[in-house]
Ligand binder design. Structure first.
Ligand code: ACO
Length: 152
């Protein structure tokens, strides 16, 4: 599977220069909080060092030279299923000005492709709000179990 994007857009891994754009794009998802340059550099270095696990990518608008969307693939190395790998799709956000252009679907398709084809995951899972179920169904994901959480 090769995931295509509209002309002028490209997939690439997150880079150190993306901090300001990422804070803006992720604000459509949740409150990002105070991410200092030092914190971002530390996180970036951690993700780079642990790139078997952390795969943060962006869709970049090469004309406007800004990040249009971002998402993360986390690869969990399991003991079960003979040491199988499970992909987790996390922190998906398409900047408001780019929503409705099929960039969100392209992002999910790309992260799923990386999980299955590059990382060898047997399955890819994600947690989402009820209002986004229709979007993920368009990306060929299905309801599967119940997500639960406990906050501090
Ligand atoms: N409900 C139902 N269908 C939807 C929704 C929705 N909320 N959003 C988009 N769709 C449909 C579109 O109409 C389109 O359908 P079509 O192919 O029949 O025309 C298809 O899904 C693909 O839509 P895209 O244009 O790719 O969607 P977009 O680029 O706007 O991205 C997204 C969707 C990611 C939900 C975006 O609106 C967004 O960033 N929202 C705010 C942040 C957010 O909720 N992120 C997801 C958190 S869950 C997680 O991180 C695992």
């Amino acid at each position: 599977m090769t995931v295509s994007l509209p002309e002028g857009f490209e997939f690439r891994p997150i880079s150190l220069e993306d901090k300001k754009d990422l804070v803006k794009v992720l604000s459509v998802l949740t409150e990002v909080g105070n991410v200092t340059d030092a914190l971002f550099e530390e996180l970036y270095a951690y993700w780079q060092k642990n790139s078997d696990t952390y795969n943060p990518i962006v869709i970049y608008d090469t004309k406007k030279q800004q990040v249009a969307a971002t998402g993360m693939l986390l690869v969990e190395q399991k003991l079960i299923h003979a040491g199988a790998k499970l992909g987790h799709i996390e922190d998906i956000a398409v900047s408001s000005e780019y929503q409705g252009m099929k960039l969100g679907k392209a992002l999910i398709d790309k992260l799923t492709e990386i999980a299955i084809e590059d990382k060898g995951c047997y399955k890819t899972v994600l947690y989402c709000a009820e209002k986004n179920v229709g979007f993920y169904e368009k990306c060929s994901y299905k309801r599967d179990g119940v997500e639960m959480s406990k906050r501090k």
